[in-house]
Design a protein around this ligand. Structure first.
Ligand SMILES: CC[C@H](C(=O)O)C(=O)SCCNC(=O)CCNC(=O)[C@H](O)C(C)(C)COP(=O)(O)OP(=O)(O)OC[C@H]1O[C@@H](n2cnc3c(N)ncnc32)[C@H](O)[C@@H]1OP(=O)(O)O
Ligand SMILES: [Co+2]
Length: 133
């Protein structure tokens, strides 16, 4: 795995969280993107070589909705950039990690993504991201 590609933060509304994070980071949100398959609306802030990804649930069957209902707002996941997501998924399976999707799926910001179950990572949801070439 290479760098931390982004840190995902679950928020109730982007309407409130974007201006707060723009003040906090002194950086404008550079894009908002709806990812219907995940029922989330995302907002991105570049921070050096990594990003902050704010996530708002857009439907009842959203992992973000369940997270917010259970835990409230806060840190949701850490995403790592990988060169070859298929190879990395195969390596993680060999290492005994539980992957949350059989094959990579389309994420935000032009990426292929997959997730590792937090039960196998001492409680941290890990996302792998590969740039769609
Ligand atoms: C738009 C794409 C974008 C991108 O970067 O491109 C994204 O990042 S999308 C982000 C949102 N999508 C996902 O998170 C998909 C992967 N997540 C899942 O499949 C589930 O959320 C899962 C399996 C992690 C949790 O299952 P569920 O949502 O059904 O909730 P449960 O209450 O059943 O959780 C089971 C268990 O896991 C703990 N949990 C849940 N979420 C997290 C988390 N973010 N970090 C750490 N732990 C988490 C939860 O507390 C339960 O633990 P337990 O000890 O049993 O209470
Ligand atoms: Co993410």
């Amino acid at each position: 795995m290479q760098k931390v590609e982004h840190i995902g933060i679950a928020v109730y509304t982007l309407e409130k969280a974007i201006p707060l994070y723009e003040r906090l980071l002194n950086t404008p949100c550079y894009k908002k993107e709806l990812v219907e398959s995940e029922q989330v609306l995302t907002a991105f802030f570049q921070q050096g070589h990594t990003k902050i990804e704010l996530l708002e649930a857009t439907g009842e069957n959203s992992a973000i909705k369940r997270f917010l209902d259970k835990k409230g707002e806060g840190l949701h996941h850490i995403a790592f950039e990988v060169e070859d997501i298929h190879a990395e998924m195969a390596r993680l399976r060999r290492e005994g990690f539980t992957l949350l999707n059989e094959t990579p799926k389309q994420g935000a910001d032009h990426k292929l993504i997959c997730f590792v179950h937090p039960k196998d990572t001492h409680g941290v949801l890990i996302e792998l991201c590969q740039e769609i070439r």
